[in-house]
Design a protein around this ligand. Structure first.
Ligand code: ATP
Ligand code: MG
Length: 257
């Protein structure tokens, strides 16, 4: 069943710059859906539009979450539905400690699984326990990403939206973060994942799209996307050998989309 259905949305900045030109996605409950694409494609704009962070947008189209129309809702109302957005800059309170940042993830929760969930976060990222009294800004980039994902987990999201979680991480730490996402997915959260690292994202995702210049140029299962010749060449770097810079530009011109 579809948890999130985005239909034909158009998002503009300053009422004149089109960032999304009719984007549709359908994210099924319990799955990981990935949005891939180059710089400036509109990936972040898509997440922000869903999260209610761009005022009066989308201009056109609809966003349906769990059977309810939520386009142009305020960020607070969207968040109250259990939609958690982890921005690319991780959104941490840099001067607060690790423990305090995690506490913020628990804000508003009154159930009796809090201790268990905290334990699950520490099990997933043991370094957070070791550093719990340290200021968030003193953590490494990878540790900060773990903290922001751990904090998001404590909100028990129905939909977790992440913007480039592997950004700036070593391959080893990125793999660890992605293992965590797979675990979070298995515990029942649906995940909408924006990535530049197609290889990593396609490894965990079930379905996805490629976004270019505000349009969906390819959609399918992760397997279909990973096997597409253009994707292999442009995003996975496993296309025909010896493609020079010029060859690459030529190739761009004759690809299917
Ligand atoms: N606050 C803003 N005001 C005006 N234009 C913006 C704003 N934010 C983004 N844009 C423009 O909208 C387009 C899409 O940007 P967006 O940040 O969504 O791309 P992205 O796919 O996330 O790129 P990246 O991979 O570099 O993060 C770009 O052309 C960008 O210049
Ligand atoms: Mg972005």
């Amino acid at each position: 069943m579809s948890l999130l259905t985005v239909s034909n949305i158009e998002t503009l900045y300053f009422d004149r710059i089109y960032a999304l030109r009719g984007v549709s996605i359908e994210v099924r409950e319990g799955t990981i859906f990935t949005v891939l694409g180059p710089n400036g494609a509109g990936k972040t704009t898509l997440l922000k539009t869903i999260a209610g962070l761009i005022k009066d947008q989308p201009k056109k189209g609809t966003i349906e979450f769990d059977g309810r129309r939520i386009e142009r809702w305020s960020a607070e109302r969207v968040a109250a539905l259990g939609i958690v957005y982890v921005p690319e800059d991780r959104g941490l309170f840099r001067e607060l400690t690790v423990a305090e940042n995690l506490e913020l993830g628990l804000w508003g929760r009154r159930d009796n699984s809090i201790a268990r969930d905290l334990e699950a976060v520490f099990r997933m990222f043991p370094v957070l326990r070791e550093r719990s009294r340290q200021q968030a800004e003193s953590l490494s980039g990878g540790e900060q990403q773990m903290l922001s994902i751990g904090r998001a987990m404590l909100r028990r999201p129905r939909l977790l939206m992440l913007d480039e979680p592997s950004h700036g991480l070593t391959p080893q730490i990125a793999t660890m973060v992605y293992d965590a996402l797979a675990t979070i997915s298995m515990t029942g959260s649906t995940i909408l994942l924006v990535e530049q690292n197609a290889r990593l994202a396609l490894r965990v995702a079930h379905e996805g799209i490629i976004l270019e210049a505000g349009r969906v140029v390819l959609q399918g299962t992760a397997q279909e996307i990973g096997q597409n010749d253009d994707v292999r060449d442009l995003y996975l770097g496993v296309g025909e050998p010896g493609t020079s810079a010029t060859g690459w530009r030529l190739y761009r011109k004759r690809r299917r989309w």
